[in-house]
Design a protein around this ligand. Sequence first.
Ligand code: PLP
Length: 399
Amino acid sequence: ASLFTAIEMAPRDPILGVTDGFNSDKNPQKINLGVGVYSDDDSKVPLLQCVRKAEAQLIEKLSPRTYLPIDGLAAYDKAVQELVFGADSAVITEKRAITVQAIGGTGALKLGADFLKRFSAENTQVWISDPSWENHRALFEFAGFTVNNYPYYDAATRGVNFAGMLDALKTMPRGAIVLLHACCHNPTGADLSSDQWTEVIQVVTQNGLVPFLDMAYQGFGDGIDADGEVVRRFTDAGCPLFISNSFSKSFSLYGERVGALSIVATTAEEAGRILSQLKRVIRTNYSNPPIHGGQVVATALASPELRALWEEELAGMRVRIREMRELLAKKLKEQAPAHDFSFVTKQRGMFSYTGLTKAQVEKLRDEFSIHTIDTGRICVAALNTKNIDYVVASIAKVL
Ligand code: PLP
């Protein structure tokens, strides 16, 4: 037997598997509601104007492609910090926050996971929401952690089972790592209210848990600052804090892999030690990050004109998704009056847990060429004024 003989076939990625199915579907009317990508009213993934303009500036002053520092482009790290914490944040002025460029939000999570595995007590475990982004569990398991679920989604109300979540937080041991979605929960679209965050922050700080905020959708909920509010409330509470963020969605830069990991320490001296160790994690993984995406984002965020343009374009995406939620709920009410879909308008971000069963999802795919995830999650950002009537009519037929 060779080294490879006993290797078993790995399970297919549930979401990329949907895309495979979509790609091989011959029906010209086919629609992919599976993947988490924003597309415009013409079903196209936008290339934002602010990105075009930033790239034009970069091309004008064509620079050599030397290595970036291990922790990334300094201008990028600074811009990210101001976006995530707020420009006037005490954790920035007191030099208690460190931010390193990462290979997308996924890369940021993995850096955080590897760092935590190295420096947490040996039996430290991770808790993620039930359900969560499907990569969270595997990512932390591959970093060597045991991963548990805390209750989150309540199918009966299509909202958050907050009592269950809070009870679970209260029973976690000190030092436990708890992964929280800062806004626009993926996959459910159900977020905590401001008052519920207050209670979560209280339990997290009192019980000495280590919060890891995944913020892949800043700007898609209620706006850049409103969505970042959760981060600010955690920093005010004064606990150690991990934040992964991503520009894949907010700059429509999916393939450039631009994200960052930020860690908040108690003192500047502590932050220095953390950064030195985080650099070792990076150095032994991929040495240093790629240049282009980070430069585009840093250029756009540093220029008042491009920054304003970005905010406008991001607001455009946010508003369009919200309009699709309103339309979806309204049209489903007309065509399937026996079913209540009003929850769709209360959910935030790109996704909705529709409550469609696996059998209904299969029927949508096999009979109507509408492809989505078995759990009934749909990407609302893939709906548009041209495909929504067909989607609603098809859903009404499978209900
Ligand atoms: N975290 C969540 C909750 C996500 O939904 C995603 C992307 O879908 C990511 C992280 C990863 O982001 P990126 O594509 O930048 O790696």
